[in-house]
Design a protein around this ligand. Structure first.
Ligand SMILES: [Cu+2]
Length: 470
């Protein structure tokens, strides 16, 4: 027993050394730096377990009574039986080890080989300094609606323009509708390392190195030629499913690209609206929860009413193994995703992704294109201190618009378009009004400058400290 207790201690020390050496051999100093918090925690757990085992073995030995020892063995068996019923099927070679799926395609767990392959290639991943897509990154309008046209005819005029039920995958030489053009959209899928917040690194998967991917702007009746390339440093296949396309998988089935591969496909934009595009390679939710989503606006033939500023914001969720704020390299946590508990909820890829970037002047009319990549929550989109005078509900163009809305729904895999005029200077905070999500990162700001009109709003802003609890 004396020997056994010392053997346990020796095994722990040798094991720790092997793990440390293994980390250096697989991924060098870089990997060690990313994992140091997790390694420290694992060492602590190992130290505690070793000490208690040591104590336990010596205690049982010291009692000098075999029945006591046997009862302890049964205690351990009983506890293990109890714990085993509360977890699902055990997958020894995937991470996490207990996530089962009944969906199409593979489950969300990562095979252990992928984890190892990720560590081995950690040097090759591009470091992206800022993963957040700039909310100002909206191409200019293609067509303006004549501003003298009353908005009621905007609604009416679209009713007959919408075709539906036809297969829209078209021959590459199909001409666009009159006034339309052939548009070439280029997407590159990448797997990169970027910070969720200072010191917290995540392996984002992206379209064109930002989250969300680029904002595409096309016109109803256009022919869309999509070229998708998967960067050669990727470890996974990717593709793109355009909700704006009519056809199998929205293009997903014909655009699966292996690392280094390029594919093209063509579709005709039959319906106007603001549409999500996303990666749809199984496990789809896993790919989207790594950042693979974006928006494409299909302008109606008549265009949208002119505005002064347009912004692009897209909500998303990140599931990390470490709790919120935990530093170091954060692994994707499929278990948290299955349990619908995102660690971070973001506007444009990370907390602060849009903060301080959107500016306007008093009197500006603002249009916001707001999408939601999910994969769990619908968003209750709201701008504090503003009223949306116009909402295109669920980003529908051609149907009835809503007037004077406080908070609007943005479903997962959906979008909305909101319009309002900023009448008073100040900082306007956009939120998902399921407000605890602001603590997970779901908020942004629009800074409005210009003269203050006391007839619209008047009050003493004073010198109060607005931080903290009141
Ligand atoms: Cu993908």
């Amino acid at each position: 027993m004396q020997t056994l207790s010392w053997f346990i201690v020796a095994a722990f020390l040798i094991g720790s050394l092997i793990v440390l050496l293994g980390v250096f051999i697989i991924g060098g100093v870089e990997l060690f730096r990313f994992l140091q918090v997790a390694l420290l925690q694992a060492f602590g757990l190992g130290l505690a377990a070793t000490s208690s085992l040591f104590f336990f073995v010596r205690l049982v030995w010291g009692l000098n009574a075999p029945p006591m020892g046997i009862s302890m063995v049964f205690f351990v068996i009983g506890a293990a039986l109890f714990v085993s019923v509360s977890v699902g099927r055990l997958y020894m070679f995937q991470y996490p080890m207990y996530v089962q799926s009944f969906g199409p395609g593979g489950g969300p767990g990562l095979p252990l080989l992928n984890v190892l392959s990720f560590f081995q290639h950690i040097e090759q991943f591009e470091r992206v300094a800022d993963i957040a897509r700039d909310p100002n990154d909206v191409p200019p309008p293609l067509t303006f609606l004549d501003s003298t046209t009353p908005s009621v005819s905007l609604v009416d005029s679209f009713g007959s323009a919408v075709a539906s039920g036809t297969l829209a995958f078209v021959e590459a030489d199909t001409p666009p509708d009159e006034g339309g053009v052939v548009r070439e959209l280029n997407l590159e899928t990448t797997e990169v390392l970027a910070e969720i917040a200072p010191g917290i690194t995540f392996n984002y998967w992206t379209f064109n190195n930002t989250v969300p991917g680029p904002f595409f702007r096309i016109r109803e009746g256009d022919i869309v030629k999509v070229t998708i390339t998967n960067n050669k440093t990727s470890l996974h296949h990717h593709n793109v499913d355009f909700h704006a396309a009519t056809g199998p998988g929205g293009g997903g089935k014909v655009s699966v690209v292996a690392p280094g591969e390029t594919k093209e496909f063509t579709f005709k934009a039959l319906n106007p609206g603001l549409f999500v595009y996303h990666c749809a390679v199984p496990n789809m939710a896993v790919h989207m929860a790594h950042g693979m989503y974006g928006l494409i606006l299909v302008e109606p033939k008549e265009g949208l009413p002119p505005v002064d500023r347009e912004f692009y914001v897209m909500q998303g969720e990140i599931f990390t193994t470490g709790a919120i704020g935990r530093r170091g390299l954060q692994a994707f946590d499929a278990k948290k995703m299955m349990e619908s508990t995102p660690t971070y909820v973001t506007f444009n890829g990370r907390p602060d992704g849009t903060v301080g970037k959107m500016k306007a002047e008093v009197g500006d009319r603002i249009r916001m294109y707001v999408g939601n990549g999910g994969v769990v929550h619908s968003s209750s989109f709201h701008v504090v201190g503003e009223i949306f005078d116009t909402v295109y509900p669920e980003a529908s163009i051609g149907g009835a618009v809503l007037k004077n809305v406080q908070t609007t729904n943005v479903p997962a895999g959906g979008a909305t378009i909101v319009e309002f005029t900023v009448d008073y200077p100040g900082t306007y905070v956009l939120v998902d009004h399921a407000l605890m999500r602001t603590d997970k990162g779901a908020w942004g700001t629009i800074e409005v400058t210009g003269p203050a009109n006391p007839e619209i709003f008047n009050g003493d802003f004073g010198e109060h400290d607005h931080e903290g609890h009141h």
